[in-house]
Design a protein around this ligand. Structure first.
Ligand code: GRF
Length: 184
C-alpha cells in the first residue's frame, strides 16, 4: 500500500477527495501525513477531523530552501512513497524535486500545457477558449510542465465567471486526483 504525503496551502478539498476515496475503499493507499505551509489552511481542520496526522510548517519568513528542507525531512520521516501537491501554493526548490524523483504529483486547473501558473481559470476566460479542464501531472523543474498522467475537459459556458468555472473544474479535480493516483 502506497504511503502518501499531501501538501496543502488552503481549504484542501482535493486532499479531502483523496481521503474520502481511500475511506470508501476505492483507492489502495494511506495518507501518512498532511503538511500545510499556512497556519490558516482550512484543510488542517479537515485532516484533524479525519484523524490524519497534520504538520504545519509556516513558510512565511523562511527561505524556500530552508522551508523545503524541513518539509523533505517530515516526508522522509513519515516514509512516504508519493508526494501529492493539492493546492500547495509554493514553487518547489530543485532540491525538493531531486529528493522525490518521479514521485511528486500536482493537480492544475487547466488543460496543460495551456494556462500554466496562477489564475489558470481566469487565463482561460481571458483567452476565450471554449473548453478548459484539469490536469494531474508529475512535477519536474518546469512549472506545471511535467509528464501528464490524466486530464479531464470542462466546457466553458457563455455566462461563466471565474467563480462558476472554477467550481465546475473543481468537481472534475476531485474525481481526477484519485484516478491519477490509481494509475501512478
Ligand atoms: C485547485 O483548483 C487546484 O487545482 C489548484 O488549487 C486549488 C486547490 O484547491 N492547484 P483545494 O485546496 O484542493 O480545495
Amino acid at each position: 500500500m502506497r504511503r502518501l504525503g499531501i501538501l496543502i496551502s488552503g481549504r484542501g478539498s482535493n486532499f479531502i477527495a483523496i481521503a474520502d476515496n481511500i475511506r470508501a475503499g476505492k483507492l489502495d493507499a494511506e495518507i501518512a501525513l498532511v503538511i500545510s505551509n499556512r497556519l490558516d489552511a482550512g484543510g488542517i481542520e479537515a485532516a484533524r477531523e479525519r484523524g490524519i496526522r497534520v504538520v504545519v510548517i509556516p513558510s512565511k519568513g523562511m527561505s524556500r530552501e530552508d522551508h523545503d528542507r524541513a518539509v523533505i525531512a517530515e516526508l522522509n520521516q513519515a516514509e512516504v512513497d508519493l508526494v501529492c501537491l493539492a493546492g500547495y501554493m509554493r514553487l518547489l526548490s530543485p532540491e525538493f524535486i531531486r529528493a522525490f524523483p518521479q514521485r511528486i504529483i500536482n493537480i492544475h486547473p487547466s488543460l496543460l500545457p495551456a494556462f500554466p501558473g496562477l489564475d489558470a481559470q481566469q487565463q482561460a476566460l481571458d483567452y476565450g477558449v471554449k473548453v478548459s479542464g484539469a490536469t494531474v501531472h508529475l512535477v519536474t523543474r518546469e512549472l506545471d510542465g511535467g509528464p501528464i498522467v490524466v486530464q479531464s475537459a470542462v466546457p466553458i459556458l457563455f455566462d461563466d465567471t471565474v467563480e462558476t468555472l472554477s467550481a465546475r473544474i473543481l468537481i472534475e479535480e476531485h474525481k481526477l486526483y484519485p484516478v491519477a493516483l490509481r494509475i501512478v
